[in-house]
Design a protein around this ligand. Structure first.
Ligand SMILES: C[S@@+](CC[C@H](N)C(=O)[O-])C[C@H]1O[C@@H](n2cnc3c(N)ncnc32)[C@H](O)[C@@H]1O
Length: 389
């Protein structure tokens, strides 16, 4: 009986979550017709300006670095280093780069949902300029994350430190916005320890590194999928829309597809688009059941114990037992308990009876049904399953 009661609650919860999610997705698609799971060819500012306002959940941007490289770079064995010397990374001056940054961030901010967020990755060449522009536009910086490369390229000239990291800025659209943060999921990824802001991950190498027909790197700055995996698991939910205005080889799209997120890519070089399309075509989405991530208990809606009484799930006068079998108390009409002359909330009475400084009443108390002890938390879960998502 108790098992079937629990099974019913679980199945109702799954159905409600699924239906609510589907209807939000259908509504969004019908109303605004986003070019989902497409790569758009052109300048990202013009294209973002053509998209509906407040329609994107997360932007991941890996903009040009403005490396300002002077001349060729060689290894000690005289082989040429494959540096980022492409036209798309060339700007006449800091002023030109700043104007470009201001323009694409303005366009990005308009299309972000009020509770949306942005991640921008860069190196010391550009990230401080991007950071200032983000703050000037009203974005609210949540963290800067150091991506520490476990296998960085050495400093061949030996004139400076090995440049072994890049910086990512994570910012919400504005101060106080309710951005997505799957705290528990990131903690689970980190074997139960709170995720820190320094991430040690290798640069993109081996089979993951895409090659052109001549066997050369298809793109000089392809990012590792591990980086995007962590960002998308931590800062989006399944079916969220993730936009990348500097799509390159489509790392963001590939990981978004795997994780059951929708993506929109923008890229101005047709040759990279072909590489990205080919890559994403071969990606298989993970099964729905493995895409659910650990959620934070703090993000679940608060259910007062009084609601359990108001809704007749427990009646005034009904007896509760501590799950350790040591104490009992009676439910009162106002959602408080009385036991051994102690009156108060489920938490207060539990704490007083145990002589403890605090007690979580939801996990402390149970009630009897069909001869079995049932934790009262089951009733709270039932109410939550009706209101979540
Ligand atoms: C740093 S790379 C991004 C690499 C990508 N994250 C990946 O993993 O492959 C920047 C990309 O932005 C593109 N790009 C530069 N300026 C652009 C613009 N104004 N609009 C659209 N794409 C642009 C470049 O062609 C380049 O592929």
């Amino acid at each position: 009986m108790f098992e079937s009661f629990c099974a019913q609650i679980t199945s109702a919860k799954k159905r409600l979550n699924f239906e609510a999610r589907m209807s939000i997705k259908t509504y969004t698609e019908e109303c605004i017709k986003l070019p989902l799971n497409k790569i758009l060819n052109g300048d990202c500012i013009t294209i973002m300006d053509s998209l509906p306002a407040e329609s994107i959940d997360l932007i991941f941007a890996d903009p040009p670095y403005n490396l300002q490289l002077k001349g060729e770079l060689h290894r000690p064995d005289h082989s040429k280093v494959d540096a980022v010397d492409n036209a798309w990374d060339q700007f006449d001056s800091f002023k030109t780069y700043d104007n470009f940054t201001d323009s694409w961030l303005t366009a990005a901010r308009r299309i972000l949902k009020p509770n949306g967020a942005i991640w921008v990755i860069g190196s010391y060449h550009n990230i401080f300029r991007v950071g200032a522009s983000l703050q000037n536009k009203g974005f609210w910086i949540l963290n800067d994350v150091i991506w520490r490369k476990s296998n960085p390229m050495p400093n061949f000239r030996g004139k400076r430190l090995t440049n072994a990291h890049e910086t990512m800025i994570w910012a919400s659209k504005s101060e106080g916005a309710k951005y997505t943060f799957n705290y528990e999921a990131l903690k689970a990824l980190n074997e139960g320890i709170q995720m820190r802001s320094d991430w040690v991950l290798p640069i993109c190498n081996g089979n993951e590194r895409l090659k052109n027909t001549k066997g050369e790197k298809a793109h000089p700055t392809q990012k590792p999928e591990s980086l995007l995996h962590r960002i998308l698991v931590g800062a989006t939910n399944p079916d969220d829309v993730v936009l990348d205005p500097f799509f390159g080889t489509g790392t963001t799209g590939a990981v978004a597809k795997m994780l059951g997120r929708e993506f929109i890519g923008i890229e101005k070089e047709q040759s990279y688009i072909e590489v990205a399309e080919n890559r994403i075509k071969q990606i298989k989405k993970f099964d729905k059941e493995v895409l659910e991530v650990s959620t934070s208990k703090r993000s679940e809606p608060r259910v007062p114990f009084g609601q359990i009484i108001e809704r007749g799930m427990l009646s005034p006068g009904e007896q509760l037992w501590s799950l350790n079998g040591r104490h009992k108390a009676k439910v009162r009409a106002d959602g408080t308990l009385i036991g051994d002359d102690i009156k108060g909330s489920i938490h207060q009475v539990g704490a007083a009876l145990e002589g403890a400084p605090s007690c979580n009443g939801w996990t402390y108390w149970g009630f009897r049904r069909d001869g079995k002890m049932v934790p009262i938390d089951i009733l709270r879960q039932q109410i939550r399953s009706e209101v979540t998502l």
